[in-house]
Design a protein around this ligand. Structure first.
Ligand code: CTP
Ligand code: CA
Length: 225
């Protein structure tokens, strides 16, 4: 009984998770995106639901199945993710933004397929909104905001800057140059840094185990406030 109770430790908590890449159309057949598989965010959503939380998962395009007990909202573009996340922000106690969001979109989307010419072709890109930064601005004290940072250089420096710029409670930083870390893998190698600059370095572990660590940390911080 005791074991069952401890497993349901997120009952009463509302958790908003984002996952996967976003995708920006160039024309009806082409788009810009990134290598995110969505595995990390889906693992978090699934683990949170299994611990009794109410979970909303805002997902970019992935090949993954909706986790059991999770409400899933599908989006394509960064702007769609932005709108979907803003709609659920007030509702959420804990927001975990594991999505790999496209920072730019083409200035305009061609209605027809772009035909090739002999000359080179240039696409001009417009900055997308920074969803997490916007949430950080709106955050009230009793809400936990968790970001991710995927880096290929200066991991800790960049991650710390993101905590400050986006007003995060903590950030999960992964070094994409390490074998067994990052987008496609079922494992991850991360450091978790909190807003006081405290760093915890973790060995390679499954995304499922990491999901549990992230959720435990978010829950502990939420209770403390
Ligand atoms: N993020 C977001 N909206 C964006 C870009 C990023 O919400 N337009 C979120 C991601 O979901 C992640 C965190 O911000 O939780 C950090 O994303 P990352 O791409 O590492 O950082 P950026 O701030 O976009 O900076 P850069 O890509 O230059 O490293
Ligand atoms: Ca980015």
């Amino acid at each position: 009984m005791e074991q069952l109770a401890s497993k349901k430790e997120l009952v009463g908590k509302k958790i908003l998770v984002t996952a996967g890449p976003t995708r920006e159309a160039i024309d009806p057949v082409r788009y810009i995106t990134n290598h995110s598989s969505g595995k990390m965010g889906y693992a978090i959503a699934e683990m949170a639901a299994s611990k009794g939380a109410e979970v909303r998962l805002v997902s970019g395009p992935t090949n993954l199945k909706k986790p059991f007990g999770v409400e899933k909202i599908d989006v394509d573009t960064t702007n769609e993710m932005y709108q979907a996340v803003l709609k659920s922000f007030e509702w959420a106690d804990i927001v975990i933004k594991s999505a790999a969001v496209a920072d730019y979109r083409p200035n305009f989307v061609s209605k027809n397929k772009i035909k090739k010419e002999d000359s080179d072709f240039t696409i001009q890109l417009t900055r997308n909104p920074d969803i997490l930064k916007e949430l950080g601005k709106r955050k009230k004290t009793n809400k936990i905001l968790v970001g991710f940072a995927a880096e290929t250089q200066n991991l800790l420096y960049n991650a710390k800057n993101k905590i400050k710029n986006k007003n995060l409670d903590f950030i999960v930083a992964n070094d994409l140059t390490k074998e067994g870390a990052g987008f496609k893998s079922d494992t991850n190698i991360v450091s978790i840094i909190d807003r006081n600059g405290q760093i915890e370095n973790y060995e390679k572990m499954s995304k499922k185990d990491l999901a549990e660590i992230i959720l435990d940390k978010a829950k502990d911080l939420f209770i403390k406030e």
